[in-house]
Write a protein that binds this ligand. Sequence first.
Ligand SMILES: *[C@@H]1O[C@H](CO)[C@@H](O)[C@H](O)[C@H]1NC(C)=O
Ligand SMILES: *[C@@H]1O[C@H](CO)[C@@H](O)[C@H](O)[C@H]1NC(C)=O
Length: 370
Amino acid sequence: MKGNKTSLGICALFIIIGLFRFTYANPYNPHVSPTKGPFVEGWYSRILDFESNHSFGILFGRVMSRDKDPFFGRYALNNVVSLFHSRGDDSSMEVFRGSPSSDDVKVTSQGKLVTMEPDFKSSASFEWEAKSYGFFQVDEQETRFNFTNINGVSFIGILGAPNPWGPYGEGPEGWTDEYPLHWYVYSLGSELINYNWVNEQTGEMLRGRQGVVFQQKVWGTTFPLAWVWAQGFHWASRASFALSLGVLGTAGFSKPIHLIGYRSSAITLNFRPSNSRLRKNINECSGVVSATVTSHTHQLEFEINAPPSSFQAGLLRLNENDFSPVCVETYIASAFFHVYKRTQQRYELIESGEFHLAALELGGLYVCQE
Ligand SMILES: *[C@@H]1O[C@H](CO)[C@@H](O)[C@H](O)[C@H]1NC(C)=O
Ligand SMILES: *[C@@H]1O[C@H](CO)[C@@H](O)[C@H](O)[C@H]1NC(C)=O
């Protein structure tokens, strides 16, 4: 977040001269509209209903193209809102999409148009709204959304206060500024207050009030060449994990990256390239990802798998120039973790965790081509 230091500087100046009262934002809050592409900004939430085992996903955001449109002489800006629904069994996930025009999208932070980049200090407060599609509204206590008629589906709900990744707005990247793409986890698992899902085409109505919610945001000027993203919760023990690994870069340059968080009642572990090394094995066509990540103090070994038939192809996700089908995703993965602590001479197993109905996404070069 290169812009951050500058905007904080300017912000401090205004406070000193007392022109405005500034409130700070949170990395989950919207970024200032860029003046040139490429730029992506997308919010994604996943709700898991414990009573029915159904999962629902909400994705909305925008992509500004890398190049100017030769005809209009400006960068193309695409907005998207997508809803996902999985029944928790191996029937394939359903996807519903809308593409609001930019004139119909209004994004505000603290009730005002966005003129400052988010910082790390304060709670989230923003609203994304698209005329005739609905809204997603966040404050520090709750998230409310009401999407209507996205491809025939309406989805309304209330989500509880976030269960943050770390203190002071810390996310998976820690405090580094070195990546062209940012991943911020707003909540590793908040409480579902309620939802109401209506599919007008089939007449199906689903409601729930027992579940858990994951919320994240991605933004930046590139998208990975290849990636694995996964997330899961174990509500009874309150354990959770979220991870992204892959390769950032362009044709001429590439850099492996891993950002991994594991939480249980006993331990909080964060791994990133600056503190650990990753060995991974991705078998995209059999739907299996396994890896070992090792830091000076701990080692985490994991395997995440899902039936290949459960991956939904053609999900539109943020790509560099548009939202194209660049990845496959499932909400019925199983994940197995072993946590080791370093003792004198070796790594000693201290706990194991198992997660079912986890989310697993394979993107870019990790999409099975068979
Ligand atoms: C939900 O999944 C769990 C296993 O993860 C299973 O024990 C339970 O019976 C399922 N519930 C329903 C309603 O399918
Ligand atoms: C959701 O939005 C629709 C359309 O604007 C509106 O009719 C409905 O009352 C809203 N529901 C809630 C719970 O806000």
